[in-house]
Design a protein around this ligand. Structure first.
Ligand code: SAM
Ligand code: SF4
Length: 331
């Protein structure tokens, strides 16, 4: 039986955070001092993740995305990919990564069965990159992108969070990447989580403004014709520069939310099923799995959780989630 919530939304996509740790400290994602890491024993083991994915796949989830924290800081990620590859019903395994460690792992991940990657990259300027990530080197991320392409982890999406005073001067160069590269460069509105609502409100740039900025420098963007197919039912709306190899997407989770079409659940590294990125409601699946629940019991828990999935977020009413930083959820 498929996972359908009270509003008739069918859940087919599970984002799995494999760690809450990260080798970067992006300004919009976590505080400068980082977030205290979960204890090793509190993090789901790969076999436990596999059991939850297997239960979800039995209910119609076919797409799994590995995220973090930075998924590549967790040891031996390819072995998780191999476990998930063998789960009946899982048709696509993807990963969201900052790519700074990807050059040494891309081929092994592809060999294990990873289909493609989304790479987070907010600027091409080395000084700005170091400032945004508070410690990163843009050359590492660019090497990671090249390695992903060489390993066939394609089509590649590049995700850029947009913020005033952070990277608003870098957007045109990012968009220009699509002229030569068959990548989707997607501009994401900054979302307020865990206490950064004031900072976010100050830096927030709506997707419509980002689009206008790009069009002033690069000329009109044409909508990608079959937007739905191109979107893969995801949240981005896509455009193309004349003659470009790739596309430019906008993800307007705040200014024009797409909650009515939400098809996803999130599993945190400590085994909580999060029903909405921007609401704190969570269900403890780790306790259930560790209590020896069988697959049918995990599936019943998934069904119950989905029945309680919130209709949408309430950012417009100034209600932002307070429980976790983005690095603890995985985006
Ligand atoms: N470390 C990996 C990475 O950066 O791709 C995966 C985890 S990261 C939390 C997942 C995505 O969330 C990234 O694309 C990141 O840019 C985005 N993100 C983090 N904080 C955000 C925020 N406050 N608003 C919007 N997107 C955010
Ligand atoms: Fe780390 Fe990704 Fe958050 Fe940046 S956005 S701090 S890379 S988890």
């Amino acid at each position: 039986m498929p996972l359908v919530d009270a509003l008739g939304r069918t859940i087919t996509y599970l984002r799995v955070s494999v760690t809450d740790r990260c080798n970067l400290r992006c300004q919009y994602c976590m505080p400068a001092e980082g977030v205290p890491g979960q204890r090793h024993d509190d993090i789901l083991r790969y076999e436990e993740i596999e059991r939850i994915v297997r239960a979800a796949a039995g209910l119609g989830v076919w797409k799994v995305r590995l995220t973090g924290g930075e998924p590549l800081v967790r040891k031996d990620l390819p072995s998780l990919v191999r476990l998930l590859r063998d789960v009946p019903g899982v048709r696509e395994i993807t990963m969201t990564t900052n790519a700074t460690l990807l050059d040494r792992h891309a081929q092994e991940l592809a060999d294990a069965g990873l289909d493609r990657v989304n790479v987070s990259l907010d600027t091409l300027d080395p000084t700005q990159y170091a400032a945004i990530t508070r410690c990163g080197n843009v050359e590492d991320a660019l090497r990671g992108l090249e390695a992903a392409e060489a390993a066939g982890l394609t089509p590649i999406k590049v995700n850029s969070v947009v913020a005033r005073g952070m990277n608003d001067g870098a957007l045109v160069d990012l968009a220009r990447l699509t002229l030569e590269r068959p990548w989707s460069v997607r501009f994401i509105e900054w979302m307020p989580l865990n206490g950064d609502a004031a900072q976010c409100a100050e830096g927030f740039i709506p997707a419509a403004e980002t689009r206008a900025t790009l069009e002033r420098s690069l000329g009109p963007l044409s909508p990608v014709e079959d937007t739905r197919a191109e979107r893969g039912l995801g949240p981005a709306v896509y455009y193309r520069l004349p003659g470009a190899a790739g596309t430019i997407g906008f993800i307007s989770a705040v200014s024009q939310h797409f909650c009515a079409a939400c098809n996803r659940l999130r599993l945190t590294a400590d085994g909580r099923l999060r029903l909405c990125l921007l609401a704190d409601d969570e269900v403890d699946l780790r306790a259930l799995v560790r209590a020896g629940a069988d697959q049918a019991a995990i599936q019943r828990a998934l069904q119950r959780a989905v029945a309680a999935k919130p209709a949408g977020h309430h950012l417009a009413d100034h209600v932002a989630p307070a429980g976790r930083h983005m690095s603890e959820i995985g985006g």
